[in-house]
Design a protein. Structure first.
Length: 336
């Protein structure tokens, strides 16, 4: 049966820091109370019920919420009846060993580095993943986007990863977002096992001084050292193009060509194969602002330099729209 829906409604689950929801996409970041279930009582079963209803509504032509109407992820096609979870977004804790000036969690962290306390008030995800596996709710081709806080300081991360990596008859892929201040061998193991998996590191600077200003920690040299290690590890499986390095342009902080050039040179020197240009958009979700023309110009410059220097490039579709429309208002663009 053909109808309008998206892969997240059909098979998604997003563990945010305070609620569980279909997706963690830009268009879905506004609060749509019915689809953001707080971690109270049997929230997991409640979520499953709500998602089933949402799929039934999509079949009748009703998308879950207003944000979905403008979302580029909506497709009109024959959807698989198999509604096991295939799209995981894991961003359920705020702990991090740095404090980026563009972090979407700034309203919670107030710019402080947040360390785990013995009794963390945040959701323990390991038992939920275990339960989902036991109930056969995870699709063997599932994709896990693990975002943050910082996964290498999440206490239950090794348990979650080991559990997922040891599943037989499963071909799970991961997008592992890390700041690379700490090396974690499980990331290399995941990259070695699946060519769809990637490790994504936002360096955002070409020098130690700027890095320190952006992230409130003097850890540039550690990041470069750990990146080299991830690349060396990934070379063994031929998946070294899956170590992706990003530069997020933040107005008045790192928006200059010299720094971008230095970033590109360093990436070349240490053997990075894939780069991702980006502009700061997280804080625009919290406090909508105006698009700065300079960001767009530098974004295009970065793309040119990435190509000229022979790297592979990954871009976010919605950033292309933002730059093209010179606005953070995604409702300007509608594919649907
Ligand atoms: S259509 Fe977009 S906003 Fe709506 S659930 Fe899907 S990804 Fe999220
Ligand atoms: S590494 Fe990620 S979680 Fe940590 S401060 Fe930066 S953006 Fe936020």
């Amino acid at each position: 049966m053909s109808y309008k829906s998206c892969k997240f409604i059909q098979g998604g689950i997003a563990f945010k820091h305070d609620v569980i929801s279909f997706c963690n996409k830009l268009c879905g970041t506004k609060r749509y109370e019915n689809f953001n279930i707080p971690y109270e009582g049997d929230f997991y079963n409640k979520y499953i019920e709500i998602r089933e209803k949402a799929i039934e509504n999509c079949k009748k032509g009703i998308l879950p919420h207003e944000g979905c109407r403008y979302c580029p992820y909506v497709e009109d096609k024959d959807w698989d009846e198999d509604t096991r979870f295939r799209e995981f977004e894991i961003t359920h804790w705020i702990h991090c060993n740095c404090s980026c000036c563009y972090c979407s969690l700034l309203s919670q962290t107030k710019g402080k580095i947040t360390r785990f306390k013995t009794k963390s008030p945040y959701l323990q995800l390991f038992p939920i993943i275990k339960r989902m596996l036991k109930e056969g709710r995870i699709h063997p081709e599932a994709f896990f986007s693990i975002v943050g806080g910082e996964l290498t300081v999440l206490k239950e991360f090794p348990d979650i990863m080991k559990l997922l990596l040891k599943q037989k008859n499963a071909n799970y892929a991961f997008c592992l977002h890390t700041n690379a201040i700490k090396y974690e061998k499980l990331l290399s193991e995941a990259v070695a096992r699946n060519s769809r998996t990637c490790v994504s590191v936002s360096v955002d600077a070409g020098s130690r001084d700027l890095f320190k200003r952006m992230k409130k920690i003097d850890a540039y040299n550690d990041v470069i050292k750990n990146l080299k290690r991830y690349i060396q590890d990934a070379k063994k499986s031929g998946n070294d193009n899956r170590i992706v390095v990003k530069y997020i342009i933040v107005p008045n902080v790192n928006d200059n060509k010299e720094e971008i050039d230095k970033w590109i040179k360093t990436c070349k020197d240490i053997g990075v194969k894939t780069l991702q240009p980006a502009i700061e958009f997280c804080s625009h979700i919290i406090t909508p602002g105006t698009f700065k023309e300079k960001q767009g110009i530098l974004y295009e410059y970065m793309k040119e330099q990435i190509v000229v220097n022979g790297f592979d490039m990954i871009t976010y579709d919605f950033l292309e729209d933002i730059v093209k429309n010179k606005s953070f208002d995604l409702t300007i663009k509608s594919n649907n």
